[in-house]
Design a protein around this ligand. Structure first.
Ligand SMILES: [Zn+2]
Ligand SMILES: [Zn+2]
Length: 335
């Protein structure tokens, strides 16, 4: 079926050498923005999800920018979520482009089965530990495995990018490692004009979700993703950022103010959670049901990550305590 999407409206030149391309996704977040950077190497930042519709829009959009798909020299992935990396293999097949990203996204991109087994085992005990009913756990774990495979394809990261290094073959762009939303999340900053390509670091219209991932290496404790995310934002506030081209929605022109606003909102929400624990102890899952009464269980990883992120803040400040009862963690006020 031919897409009815108007490509004209989905391509715009956002800087003299940067095009923004808006691709459709099948996810609740909606469209994703990917960026084509001209220079010594033609570089695409992020790819869109693996759907025929996104592929068709991408091919036509690149044509509209004056290139063909096989002109792409390299693809930089901001992180491993399917909306950002799903088409990487199709692009690579056509263009033989090199793929660059943080080392922590490599096993996802490779679809390493041993890693996926570890990943799914982690989520099973994570959900159990947070009071999610067992019948729901099975569905959640099966869906997450199925959905990842459905909108991505096995590929490879050829070059690892680390914090503060310059992106190879791309003048002036520096890598900022910005974990929190994903453990392998990075942003790109061009020092000379303060343009950042931020992936899912910050949006104008919604807060970024600090999605919980397993610990890497596996022997560690799960990352405190909201605290990580806050630190990533604060670290970026020290940089001279004029504009952030985000993975979703409009560009951010007031990065510092918006970052501060998001940080403040975290404390408002943390206080709300503290009050919910006033009368009795609760599991994170019970809190999710109070905080997000209308959200579907399909989104439980999001809502649970958000809730646990704020609980981590409260526990860190000794405002709330956590204790296991029969393998389930309960949160309570220490009064
Ligand atoms: Zn993401
Ligand atoms: Zn995204």
């Amino acid at each position: 079926m031919k897409s009815t999407i108007n490509v004209e409206e989905r391509v715009s030149r956002v800087a003299p050498d940067i095009y923004q391309i808006i691709l459709p996704t099948p996810f609740p977040i909606g469209d994703i923005n990917v960026y084509l950077i001209e220079g010594s190497s033609l570089t695409l930042v992020d790819t869109g999800a693996k759907t025929d519709e996104a592929w068709e829009v991408l091919v036509n959009a690149i044509k509209k920018c004056g290139y063909r798909m096989n002109d792409i020299d390299q693809v930089v992935l901001t992180h491993q979520h399917p909306d950002h990396c799903g088409l990487v293999e199709r692009i690579r097949e056509v263009s033989n482009a090199r793929v660059l990203g943080h080392p922590l996204i490599a096993p996802f991109i490779k679809q390493d089965q041993e890693f996926f087994n570890y990943y799914l085992d982690f989520y099973k005990s994570f959900y159990r530990n947070n009071g999610v009913p067992s019948e729901l756990i099975q569905t959640l774990v099966e869906n997450s495995e199925r959905n990842y495979g459905r909108y991505t394809e096995q590929s490879e990261v050829h070059t690892f990018l680390f914090h503060k290094q310059m992106v190879p073959n791309l003048n002036d762009w520096q890598v900022l490692y910005t974990p929190g939303h994903a453990q392998g999340h990075l942003s790109l900053l061009r020092k000379s004009d303060g343009i950042m390509i931020g992936g899912d670091l910050i949006f104008t219209h919604i807060a970024t979700n600090p999605l919980i991932e397993p610990p890497y290496p596996s022997s560690g404790k799960r990352p405190m993703t909201l605290i990580q995310y806050q630190n990533s934002l604060q670290m970026c506030c020290k940089e001279k950022i004029r504009i952030v081209f985000s993975g979703h929605g409009k560009a951010v022109v007031n990065f510092k103010e918006l970052a501060q606003f998001r940080l403040n909102r975290n404390w408002i929400k943390a206080e709300r959670i503290r009050k919910l624990l006033n009368k009795e102890r609760k599991t994170a899952f019970q809190l999710v049901k109070l905080l997000f009464p209308n959200r579907d269980n399909k989104e439980l990883l999001s809502t649970l990550s958000d809730t646990l992120g704020h609980l981590d803040l409260l526990v860190m400040l000794h405002q709330v305590k956590a204790a296991p009862i029969c393998g389930v963690t309960y949160y309570y006020l220490d009064t």
